[in-house]
Design a protein around this ligand. Sequence first.
Ligand SMILES: Nc1ncnc2c1ncn2[C@@H]1O[C@H](COP(=O)(O)OP(=O)(O)O)[C@@H](O)[C@H]1O
Ligand SMILES: [Mg+2]
Length: 354
Amino acid sequence: MHGSAPIGSVPVGERPGGAGGDARAAPAAGEPGGAPCAVRVAIFTDETGWHTRRLRQALARRGFEGRCVDLADCRFDTTATPHGLVIPGFGRSLPRAALVRGIAGGSLEQITKRLGILHALRELGVPVYNDARAIERSVDKAMTSFLLQRAGVPTPPAWAVEDEAQARRILMREAAAGHSLVLKPMFGSQGKGLQRLGPVDGEFVPLPALSTVSGLAYLQRFVPQPESAAAPGFDWRVLVVGGRARAAMKRVSTHWIRNVARGARCVPCVLEPRLAALAEAAAQALGMDYAGVDLLPDASNPLGAQVIEVNGVAAWRGLQRVTGFDIAQALVDDLLVRRLGLATAAPLAQVCHF
Ligand SMILES: Nc1ncnc2c1ncn2[C@@H]1O[C@H](COP(=O)(O)OP(=O)(O)O)[C@@H](O)[C@H]1O
Ligand SMILES: [Mg+2]
């Protein structure tokens, strides 16, 4: 993980502990050490706001209490609790389950510890949604490319190399075949730090010194699309929940980087079976409970699209604007039904016993 960009795209909001978050509120005194609380679900996030509010409301509708906690505030302490973790707001007990909404950027050591907390929760039997392993796979763009290709999901050719001469040779070879490449930060998000290399608008854009990009070139073949002022290009974003594609939109922009955070317009679209099948295969290839899958139209492919990225900590505010389907409720219900084995047809009346 790298030093600045958060994992996944998270909206601007307040820190947990402010309005809408409550990580440090109400120390849960008297809880039996190590027992999971019946109704408290941890929402791991470094920023509270629209998404965490929706999740808390969706949980409340099912009789659960969502508590926002920053993974940076969680710690390993093998003396404090029988299980060796301290999760602020949970006292000596553990959450019944955890939803991962955002992990702040940090040093390799800090990120390793934060993901370590998620791994530890899984080892302690607490369902984590998405699991740390799935988050690690999706946050690493090279691993995503590898797993997609291995599963037979159409995805552009990709390379991750540390040797600058080798990266330059790849670029020359691809350029000779008429392709341009996209250089991406391997742990990037929100369209930040992307560069097009090789033949671009009649000029040749060379590889920058790898020392300026963390010493690593993650390169992906650029997927061109026909576009004009009248018909700008688009990506698809498909949301997969519990193995099923549930909602889709187009992200339309005249710029080739079409993230919502970069000003792309969210446009409703029909979730065609071919698109749904591709997104579901991508989510499965990475072992995700839920995923925001980015696809690009590609007429040269029999399935009509290629998967370029799978987001394991996906924001869904843009998608929620163009769909009637309640995304937060779908995520919460999938967690409760599939991971906790509960029925959610009616609100669950449960009591926290301690
Ligand atoms: N190989 C590619 N070909 C064409 N456009 C691309 C390619 N890779 C990325 N893009 C554009 O850049 C956007 C951001 O790239 P992505 O790989 O999803 O990274 P991020 O994690 O920053 O969202 C994509 O949504 C798409 O619009
Ligand atoms: Mg993306």
